[in-house]
Design a protein around this ligand. Sequence first.
Ligand SMILES: [Zn+2]
Length: 375
Amino acid sequence: MSWLKKSKEGLKTPQRKRELPDGLWTKCEDCGEILYHKELERNLWTCTKCSYHFRISARTYLKILLDEGSFVERFSEVVSTDPLKFRDTKRYSDRLRKAREETSLSEAILMGEGTIEGRPLVIGVMDFSFLGGSLASASGERIARGILLALETRRPLVLLSSSGGARMFEGILSLMQMAKTNALLARLSDAGVPYISIMTHPTTGGVTASFASVGDVILAEPRALIGFAGPRVIKQTINQELPEGFQRSEFLLAKGMVDRIVHRNELRRTLAWLLHFFAAAALLPQKPRRRAGETLARFRAVGGPVASTPPPPPAPEVQLKPFESESTPSVNGAPGVESPEGPARPPAETPGETSGTTPGGSAAFPADREIPIRE
Ligand SMILES: [Zn+2]
């Protein structure tokens, strides 16, 4: 402090307290930079210094990604009950009620329809703040109905994941959502309707092990934790040091599990480009898909390739080379003789035709095309 501002020698100088109004500044959870809240919002809640992606709600994602006012929520009537009457330190029904009050969501995923640059799509966005974005019977059912809606309308499907995995309070009923959603996604794939999966921090457990990993295109936000079991559990289990950056988006991109890492600022533009690409690709003439066994049936129907192709032109006569001794039989002259190397070679001619027809032979297998046996 400047000496001029000191009130009096020996007296305690009153410190002017630096007051930061609540909600005006936010500290980056990664690099510690103090960020102006409005600037953070402008940058879609990513750190301007280190690109750390703050966790945001499902509604905020929808606002960022979709055309303004285009989102129409669907299947909000599907909600979790407490089928197992589960209770640990608290009742599951109490946890559900609290989560609904705190997040103003009825389940861990918002499912609906919307547009991106005018192109319609079916979209589902998970919200981590609702019981860790866990996959339960209701959230799985919403996803399943969203897939069926995409199938029915032939609109591309986008699912954005942010989840700790299956919801343990519903036991096996949660786990079976993995199989259910993936079975329906297989039907979507068979129908040729595109599915884009976006993985955000964190995408773990049963969500990674099911629908999040089977997109036609898989995008991920930078430095998102993506895996089945967490790194701490794996480290304790295998008792080994894990490689640097293990289970982060960049690591998975290098291993081929993710197609592209997209900064949140670029996410809407990337989705718009992909939707445009898929729409243009759908206009191209499509190759009919063949199922197993169909190729063989078609082959039999046309009687094989020989019937439809003309016979090849006769090749020039092969002259025996001088190094061949008398012990080496001429195939043309003595069909079926046993060679020193092994059993008899079958005759080149078809039955009924003799070697006397040389240089004719059969049309398909002219005798003069036979190549002498070599050592
Ligand atoms: Zn930062």
